[in-house]
Design a binder for this molecule. Structure first.
Ligand code: ADP
Ligand code: MG
Length: 143
């Protein structure tokens, strides 16, 4: 599925719709360059899960846990990870195999430990279409 957006609000809305439909144990993997809109998408997804508190990138903690929504939400940002073993230390397996919803920004950096079954979200710019244009490609993998 490909969705084209032309504002942060539209990308938020795309995330929100997926958050509303998310099921226990679902894992979203986000890929795309810095500033492309991964966190905007994530904020929408969190809202779709019923989370009201502000969601920002957990840059210094790798994972941020939100318990107030319809399902627990585990937001990873692995941009600064040095080695995939750091994921063990934060309890990665327990999160992604649990009943909450996991979302991993910069998932391509930990490709070798991603679950086969996941919802892959790739966000890209195309400057010929304008500064605020984003192409969001969503694929169900491993089913
Ligand atoms: P990332 O997490 O991928 O590094 P952010 O979500 O933090 O990126 O930032 C995306 C930036 O791009 C925001 O400043 C946002 O306002 C801007 N932006 C412009 N157009 C869009 C769009 N269509 N979708 C998402 N963000 C957009
Ligand atoms: Mg981000």
């Amino acid at each position: 599925m490909v969705i084209e957006t032309r504002s942060p609000e539209e990308t938020f809305e795309t995330g929100r719709k997926l958050g509303e439909k998310a099921v226990p144990g679902q894992v979203f993997t986000l890929m795309g360059d810095l500033g492309v809109g991964k966190t905007v998408f994530t904020q929408g997804l969190a809202r779709g899960l019923g989370i009201q508190e502000p969601v920002s990138s957990p840059t210094f903690t790798i994972v941020q846990v939100y318990e107030e929504g319809r399902l627990p939400f585990y937001h990873f940002d692995v941009y600064r990870i040095g080695d995939v073993e750091e994921m063990d230390e934060v309890g990665y397996d327990d999160y992604i195999m649990g009943d909450g919803v996991s979302l991993i920004e910069w998932a391509d950096l930990i490709e070798e430990i991603l679950p086969e079954k996941r919802t892959e979200v790739r966000i890209e710019k195309d400057l010929e279409q304008g500064f605020d244009y984003r192409k969001i490609t969503i694929r169900e993998l491993g089913r």
